[in-house]
Design a protein around this ligand. Sequence first.
Ligand SMILES: [Zn+2]
Length: 153
Amino acid sequence: MRKKYSKSSANYLTAKADFFSSNADFLNKAIKQNKFYATQPKREFCKICEASLPPSVDFVSHGVGYIFCDDCRHLNGIYEDTKAFVTDLYMSDEGIEYASNYIDEQFEKRAVDVYLPKVDFLINTLPSKTNEILDVGCGSGYFVYAALLRNIR
Ligand SMILES: [Zn+2]
């Protein structure tokens, strides 16, 4: 039997320190975005499977209602992701502000502190000839970047 232990949580606390120090700012920003989202037309069909959504809201968070699709169980916001909303959320300032949430001066530190140990775990666990990893839904690419640091495509 092989036992593996994770890394210290200190890495997370330093890499995401702004989640604690800037919580009020992030919350205000999210509430502002939700207020705009709530001005969009109501969503009638599931975003994933396009089944008709039930009429009742399952829960409300930060001013926005959410509905689980009866067919696929996807959790849908009750409003449409209109082009105006997506543009406001992702493209204002040519996307610079949105991207700054993910790619900043802490990117490499997060990749090394948080994701490189995961890559090392895989290197020590998977068959020795593994030299390619597919990271489905790779988010901001931290894991992909960490894999490249170990010469894994
Ligand atoms: Zn669905």
